[in-house]
Structure formats: C-alpha cells, structure tokens
Design a protein around this ligand. Structure first.
Ligand code: HEC
Ligand code: HEC
Length: 209
C-alpha cells in the first residue's frame, strides 16, 4: 500500500513545485490544484494501477458533491476504505474556488467509455439484478440527478466493483455526513455476494455503448 502511494505523493509534490514555478511566470493561470491526472490517468480516463476511476464525462453536480464529501471526511475515512483514504487527503487541500475551477476544467476532457476488464460475470443474472437499480440510475445506467444517482455506464468496472463491495461492507455510506451514500448502501442488500456484484457490473458494461 505505502509502496504504491509514496511515489504518487512524491509525484504530486513535484508537480506542485513545478506548477508553483509556472504560476510565478504566469500569474493569471494558477494551476497548482490541477494535480488530478497524476492518479486519475491521462485526460482523467482512470488508472487501474492506482484504483482511481475515470473522471472525464462525470456529471458536474456529482463531481462537486464527492469532492466536498471527501473534503469534509464523509467519505474515505473508514480505516478499511483503502482507496478512499488515498483520495481523501487530496480533497482536503482544495478550496471552494479550486473545486469550481476543477468542475470547469473537467468539462473540457474528452469522454470515452472505459474498456471492460471484468471476466466471469453472468450478464443475464446481472440484467435481472439491475432491475432494482433502474429507478435511480436509469435503464441505461445514464444516471438521474433528480434521484442524486450518478451515471454508472462507461465507468471503470473495477471501480464499480470496489464501490459496491465498500457500500455492502459499510466502508462507504455509513458516515452520518454521507447523506446520499446511506440510501445506496441499503440497496446493496439485493446483491447477495461477490458473484452477484460481478454479474451486475458485467451487465452495466453492456449499457450505453
Ligand atoms: C494520490 C492519488 C489521487 C490524486 C492525486 C487524486 N485522486 Fe481522486 N481518487 C483517487 C482514488 C484512489 C479514488 C478512488 C476512491 C475510492 O475507491 O473510494 C479517487 C476517487 C475520486 C473521486 C470519486 C469518483 C466517484 O465516482 O465517486 C473523485 C470525484 C475524485 N477522485 C476527484 C479527484 C480530483 C478532482 C483530483 C484533483 C484535484 C483528484 N481526485 C486527485 C486517487 C487520487
Ligand atoms: C434509491 C436510489 C438508488 C438505487 C435503487 C440504487 N442506487 Fe446506486 N447510488 C444512489 C445514489 C444516490 C448514489 C450516489 C451516492 C453519493 O452521492 O455518494 C449511488 C451510487 C452508486 C455507486 C457509486 C458510483 C460512484 O461513482 O462512486 C454505484 C457503483 C452504484 N450506486 C450502483 C448501484 C447498483 C448496482 C444498484 C442496484 C443494485 C444501485 N446502485 C441502486 C442511489 C441508488
């Protein structure tokens, strides 16, 4: 775990120093808080090695809410939420102005659905299980702001699996500040085990392509 994180933190620090240099030369382009690609991959397309998901194409309202939730410690504080704990300190250093700028910036990234990586899923069983998700996430997993539910289509499948496991185990969605995560956590009771999680994500992989 530390072996994976340390080089990243070093890279982030170096990027911040490099950006501070740029900032001195171009005072109207403060880019020091735009360090996200270090972990989230080229153009925000996600990085499986760091388990940091795709951000390109994410709904602005969801991106904003998650950054604020991480920042206030409502997500990424559970000691068993290994990946969330990598992200949480990154959000702590962001101001409201940084977050507003990141939302604008993220809107310029090209969106492409992530490549499926999962194997061993039963898509037919996944389709059956996904019927319990349609009400909030939509029949093509396109998301629904009115239900506060983000799009799932095109997201990295390994990330969706981790989140469903974390909700089910109570590593996400149990903090009192996580108002929108709590109802989602309740929904994972319809996914009996890891195979059910793999099945439903394998079905989500077929949507919106
Ligand atoms: C040190 C590596 C690292 C850096 C730097 C980093 N992130 Fe993350 N981020 C992660 C990881 C790992 C996750 C997955 C957390 C999880 O599994 O709960 C994540 C998750 C997220 C999520 C949640 C996505 C979702 O679908 O709920 C958002 C939003 C996010 N990061 C935005 C950002 C932004 C914006 C930046 C730049 C300001 C940034 N991250 C910088 C590692 C990082
Ligand atoms: C009652 C509405 C509701 C239902 C039904 C529901 N969800 Fe959600 N889901 C949400 C909300 C709201 C969020 C966002 C939580 C947050 O903002 O932190 C969410 C988040 C998620 C996430 C995390 C996405 C991310 O980018 O981090 C996954 C994965 C997910 N849902 C999968 C499912 C699956 C699979 C089902 C069906 C078994 C399902 N959901 C059913 C409301 C729902």
């Amino acid at each position: 775990m530390m072996r994976k994180v340390l080089p990243v933190l070093v890279a982030v620090t170096l990027a911040a120093i490099a950006c501070a240099g740029t900032w001195a030369a171009e005072p109207f382009e403060p880019v020091d808080h735009r360090f996200c690609f270090t972990c989230h991959g080229t153009d925000g397309m996600g990085s499986e090695g760091i388990q940091a998901p795709r951000l390109a194409g994410m709904e602005p309202w969801y991106l904003k809410r998650q950054l604020e939730l991480f920042r206030e410690g409502g997500r990424g504080k559970h000691p068993s939420d290994i990946e969330g704990m990598e992200m949480q300190p990154m959000a702590v250093i962001l101001t409201d102005e940084h977050i507003a700028d990141i939302i604008d910036w993220a809107g310029t990234w090209e969106y492409k659905p992530a490549e499926p990586t999962l194997t061993g899923g039963n898509v037919d069983n996944g389709r059956r299980l996904y019927q319990a998700c349609v009400m909030c996430h939509g029949d093509a997993a396109q998301g629904n702001e009115a239900m506060n539910a983000p799009a799932l289509q095109g997201q990295n499948d390994w990330y969706l699996v981790t989140q469903l496991k974390n909700f089910k185990a109570g590593y996400r969605g149990t903090d009192p500040k996580d108002r929108y995560g709590a109802p989602m956590r309740a929904m994972t009771s319809s996914l009996a085990n890891e195979q059910a999680i793999i099945d439903v994500v394998s079905y989500i992989n077929t949507l919106g392509r």
